[in-house]
Design a protein around this ligand. Structure first.
Ligand code: DX5
Ligand code: ZN
Length: 226
């Protein structure tokens, strides 16, 4: 992965057909997805359970772009090897998931993956001030994690603050939750470059009719360049 700060859309397969991940990934990549966002939930750190490393390994061969694994789990460290073995390009852990985010980021990089840190809406940008050099990505949650299809919580001030803190360093700012053509321009203007979108991408389409996926992503991109 080479670093690039242009806008990237990362569809979350949380909003796709769980019985058909492989075909859904192929369809949304063919329609122009830049990365594939994979939401892992444990029913403990967040209320819902999705899937774990075995499912990530099964879908990996279908991903040609970037496998962006968002861990909404606690504890984290004991599971990292499994997600690295599954072929994750980026592994993101929550700063709220435990007392040792510094060690977690070290572990992720030691496993050969890019390291991301995610911030819940209630956590300030300053929480990552002392670990930025250990991060390849900061994920700003614009919903409380746990479910797709929630209403966007405006975190543009936090994004702007992070953008200033990061400066020239090769660190992505990712936005996750409630991203659509209305909200994407706000966070893009504030300095975000990776936009996760679940419902706003998969809405109206299917594996047998994937054109809406492309139209939905185009609507987000067009809204940003307006
Ligand atoms: C929320 C997940 C998100 C979610 C986004 O806990 O981390 O990635 O799938 O879904 P939308 O775009 O529908 O808000
Ligand atoms: Zn996510």
């Amino acid at each position: 992965m080479t670093f690039d700060r242009s806008i990237k859309i990362a569809p979350s397969i949380l909003a796709s057909d769980f019985a058909n991940f492989g075909a859904e990934i192929q369809a949304v990549e063919a329609q122009g997805a830049d990365w594939i966002h994979v939401d892992v939930m444990d029913g403990h750190f967040v209320p819902a359970i999705t899937f774990g490393a075995q499912t990530c390994a099964a879908i990996r061969p279908h991903i040609k772009t970037v496998m962006d694994v968002h861990l909404m789990i606690s504890p984290v460290d004991t599971y990292l090897q499994g997600f690295a073995d599954a072929g994750a390009d980026i592994i993101t852990a929550h700063v709220e998931a435990g007392p040792h985010i510094h060690r977690t980021l070290q572990n992720i990089r030691a496993l050969g993956c890019k390291a991301g840190v995610a911030l819940n809406p209630g956590t300030p940008a300053d929480a990552v001030a002392d670990i930025l050099d250990m991060c390849d990505l900061v994920c700003v949650m614009t919903v409380n994690p746990g479910f797709g299809g929630q209403k966007f919580i405006d975190m543009t001030d936090k994004v702007r603050r992070l953008r200033n803190m990061i400066g020239d360093r090769p660190i992505h700012i990712e936005i996750d939750g409630g991203v659509d053509p209305t909200t994407a321009p706000l966070v893009a203007a504030a300095g975000a470059d990776v936009l996760v979108a679940g419902s706003a991408v998969f809405r109206g389409g299917s594996v047998s009719d994937p054109a809406p996926y492309g139209a939905n992503m185009k609507a987000i991109r067009d809204a940003i360049s307006d």
